[in-house]
Design a protein around this ligand. Structure first.
Ligand SMILES: [Zn+2]
Length: 215
């Protein structure tokens, strides 16, 4: 998700691998089963009928997901924002981009698609934290991610912790690539999820959930 204002001042160089990846659905489809085998996406195996109950438990409307899917077909990102009692539908510009005005974010609930299936981008989470949105969801047909924002930490401290965690996670996964345990595209797919898992263990009020809804 792209938020339309001047980018936050974080050091882009250490993010090259986070923002720089780009791979097609074909590679993703052939690889995603392997993530489970090697324990990268070690969510419990879903039953096909689990989707509704997971959505229900997360407070997500199936109809919102379907609206986004029907209007974007995973060709571009799409988002629905609940903000100040209003509901906004936004169609994105690319597979990894939907533009949302930051003015809508305060106390908002955001649902958006990630056609490639990866977890929240750094930008997603930092903008949610900085602008005090309540929750954000990212999904495709296989994965659903939800972050609920009750972070009490000052934004700058939270951001610095995220940056540190990215660098540590990047180094840890890079080592696995070097040793041939995972491929570079597996690393790129897994890194965001690994980062948010690590952040949720350390930061009170950062509640992160990830589910696999389809085999
Ligand atoms: Zn996103």
């Amino acid at each position: 998700m792209l938020f339309n204002r001047v980018r936050p001042q974080y050091p882009i160089t250490s993010y090259a691998d986070v923002f720089g990846y780009n791979f097609g659905m074909k590679i993703l489809k052939s690889n995603y089963l392997n993530y489970n085998k090697i324990g990268y996406y070690d969510f419990s195996e879903p039953k096909e009928d689990k989707k509704s109950s997971i959505l229900n438990n997360l407070g997500i409307k199936n109809s919102d997901l379907n609206t986004i899917i029907n209007k974007t077909a995973y060709i571009v990102e799409g988002a629905i924002i609940y903000s100040s009692g209003k509901r906004y539908e936004i169609i994105g510009e690319a597979k990894d981009r939907v533009e949302v005005s930051v003015e809508l974010l305060k106390d908002a609930h955001i649902i958006h698609s990630h056609p490639l299936g990866e977890s929240f981008s750094v930008e997603d989470i930092l903008e949610v934290a900085q602008n005090q949105a309540k929750s954000i969801v990212a999904f495709n047909d296989i994965y659903i991610y939800k972050m609920t924002n009750n972070i009490q930490l000052k934004y700058e401290k939270f951001r610095d912790f995220v940056i540190l965690t990215i660098d540590e996670t990047e180094a840890m996964l890079q080592e696995k690539v070097k040793r041939g345990i995972i491929t570079k595209s597996q690393k790129n797919f897994a890194i965001n999820h690994k980062v948010w898992q690590a952040v949720s263990k350390k930061i009170k009020g950062f509640d992160y959930e990830a589910f696999k809804i389809k085999k």
